[in-house]
Design a protein around this ligand. Structure first.
Ligand SMILES: Cc1cc2nc3c(=O)[nH]c(=O)nc-3n(C[C@H](O)[C@H](O)[C@H](O)COP(=O)(O)OP(=O)(O)OC[C@H]3O[C@@H](n4cnc5c(N)ncnc54)[C@H](O)[C@@H]3O)c2cc1C
Length: 413
């Protein structure tokens, strides 16, 4: 058994590193176990994040990490109708996810955290109903690491919680995503992302096209069932609008990874441990974005870990303050976005067409351009539907998805 440390963080992704950085900065002795030999590799994420989210995290990124600055989005309905929301200044950044992870790990190391690479945590060490460390396999050799607290940041495919018999992600709300880079994209505005809706190309989600400054783009989609590679192929070759833009494009890289869209797991703490990021499903159910929400929660976890050390209390009663704090920050928005996601999933393609048409007709873009906060979509929605024209469109959306759901049920009966 190695010398006992204060905190073990399992996973050196964005969330693990933010927890590690926060706890180490406050004075905790932190070890991060990362199963891969290089931080940020393999990469699986589009790296599209809000400017306001980064500000809230008090993070300023070196220029080399930011691949593009985005001012808005163009939404395409399945039949090719368009709806554009454009702001005066950049609202999102496209970041290089590998460099972002490396940057955050660097900040954590600077604060005093120690990284063990090629070190896969295999199980919690449990004693008298308390997690007291983890067993790891480091470069093929088994080791036990003792700690006062473990922060579990394994990502969507977490195994530790499952092994400990704890409730994990809502698997019925996990989608299988594909992320690709393509070259030579035509007729795309370099400061606008494109969002393609429609069950034919991405059932239960959407397709994104995020331009980079060099004429290439990140393309991705997700689906609950079926092979995402087949959907991507269909999208690139058959979509009435996108296939023209991508006629000369080749895929230069490709990765597959799940995204949890079900809102948070019920309990993100226990005796001697906290759960953060994708492992806790702290992801926006509408867009699948988990970097900002996961990072905000991870910072709170780092703070609570330090408070527990100071009080020498690692009981679930003490650590429950982690869940109360992150819930206060994002709980309402997660719940609202989960509902929106469920309603969106029920909408057939003809209704999506009508919905996009109505958004343009009632100039919903003008209202959305003023709202600005892309992360806290629940609160933003409350703000938006106070405008009469947006309310009409929102009501259309809600009623048509409810009607579609009940007619789907009748067909099944
Ligand atoms: C295709 C795709 C596109 C996405 N695009 C965006 C986007 O544009 N914007 C956005 O905000 N979000 C996006 N997301 C979501 C975002 O990637 C995640 O929410 C985010 O990466 C979560 O960070 P994390 O640190 O919790 O998990 P991860 O980034 O998955 O990191 C987990 C880390 O833990 C390590 N690990 C796992 N198990 C162990 C173990 N047992 N022992 C040691 N190490 C372990 C892994 O190797 C990994 O490094 C996307 C996701 C996908 C799949």
């Amino acid at each position: 058994m190695n010398k006992k440390v204060d905190v073990i963080v399992v996973g050196g992704g964005v969330c693990g590193s933010l927890s590690a950085m926060t706890a180490a900065k406050l004075g905790a002795e932190v070890i991060v176990c990362e199963e891969h030999k290089e931080i940020g590799v393999p990469e699986h994420c589009a790296g599209h994040i809000s400017v306001s989210g980064l500000k809230r995290l008090e993070l300023s990124l070196p220029k080399k990490i930011v691949e593009n600055e985005i001012k808005g989005a163009v939404f395409y309905s399945p039949s090719g109708k368009e709806f554009t929301v454009r702001c005066a200044s950049p609202v999102t950044y496209v970041v290089n996810r590998q460099l972002l992870d490396k940057h955050l790990a660097g900040l954590a190391e600077k604060a005093g955290a120690r990284y063990l690479l090629e070190s896969r945590a295999e199980s919690f060490i449990v004693d008298s109903d308390f997690v007291k460390g983890a067993t790891i396999k480091r470069r093929g050799v088994k080791e036990t690491l003792a700690s006062s607290l473990v922060i579990e940041a394994e990502g969507c495919s977490s195994v530790l919680l499952k092994k400990a018999g704890l409730q994990t992600l809502d698997r019925s709300m996990v989608v299988h995503a594909i992320e690709a880079e393509v070259d030579r994209v035509k007729d795309v505005e370099v400061d606008m992302v494109e969002v393609y809706l429609g069950r034919r190309y991405a059932p239960d989600f959407f397709v994104w096209l995020i331009p980079k400054r060099d004429g290439s783009a990140k393309i991705g989609l997700a689906a609950k069932t079926g092979d995402p590679r087949e959907y991507l192929h269909r999208f690139m070759h058959n979509h009435p609008v996108a296939s023209k833009k991508l006629r000369n494009s080749k895929i230069t890289s490709l990765s597959l990874h799940p995204i949890p869209l079900g809102g948070s797991i019920p309990k993100t703490y226990g005796n001697g441990f906290l759960v953060v990021g994708d492992a806790a499903s702290q992801v926006k159910p509408t867009t699948g974005g988990g970097i900002i929400f996961g990072s905000l929660c991870s910072k709170i976890a780092g703070e609570v870990a330090y408070e527990a050390l100071k009080s020498n209390d690692f009981s679930k009663d003490f650590l429950s303050r982690y869940q109360s704090r992150w819930r206060e920050l994002i709980g309402f928005d997660l719940a609202a976005m989960r509902r929106i996601r469920k309603l969106l999933n029920r909408l057939p393609d003809d209704k999506v067409d009508k919905f996009i048409g109505l958004c343009s007709k009632f100039e919903v873009n003008k209202i959305l351009e003023e709202v600005g906060d892309l992360d806290f979509q629940g609160k933003s929605l409350v703000h938006v539907v106070q405008h009469p024209s947006a309310l009409i469109v929102a009501l259309y959306f809600v009623f048509s998805s409810l009607i579609s759901a009940s007619s789907q049920r009748n067909v099944l009966r």
